[in-house]
Design a protein around this ligand. Sequence first.
Ligand code: DX5
Ligand code: ZN
Length: 217
Amino acid sequence: MTKRSVKIAPSILSADFSNMAAGVKRAEAAGADMIHCDVMDGVFVPNLTFGFKMIEDIKKSTRLPLDVHLMIVEPERYVERFVKAGADIVTFHIEACKSVPETLAAIKAAGARRGLVINPHTPVDGILPYLKDCDMVLVMSVMPGFGGQKFMPHVLDKVRTLKKIAVEKNYTFDIEIDGGITIENASEVKAAGVNVIVAGNTLFAAKDMKAAVEGLR
Ligand code: DX5
Ligand code: ZN
């Protein structure tokens, strides 16, 4: 595995919301591969963040792809608008969506990459029928809603299962992990089959973000 085969996606949930452009530029200068944007609605998760306008504004301050993680109910109502706002990848939770195939198709039709997210206690089984239509699968390793939580190692079994299926069926979806990733646990996460690492606290709390990005790689 080459160094570059793992992509690093800093989560701006840990950045200063009153100066988002600075946080995004800092991540870019540190060698990030994409910017992970956490959209929360206060219903699907017990926290609120931002919507289309923030994505639009972030888009103006970086050339990096925007990886937009929707933690909202009825994501099907909003995916097109997030793509229009500048999302390059849109992921939504299987737990929050009643029309998964239509939502995946809507993201693709709007011109972005599509992904499904599963919570730490959601089995892989429910997403199996949709894997052939996914560009990314995001496995949550904390309960969504907040940064800085502790990594739940049991989710790595799901990563291994997904990796095995991808190899067997020749699927090309990325496997992303989100929540509690540190320089210490990054190796086992990568060994399990993850190729996109989201990190909020580990990167934004680092004195030297570049060194932290390299540490995660
Ligand atoms: C949690 C978010 C994450 C969060 C990760 O609901 O989806 O993206 O920012 O933060 P850390 O890396 O600090 O756990
Ligand atoms: Zn996230």
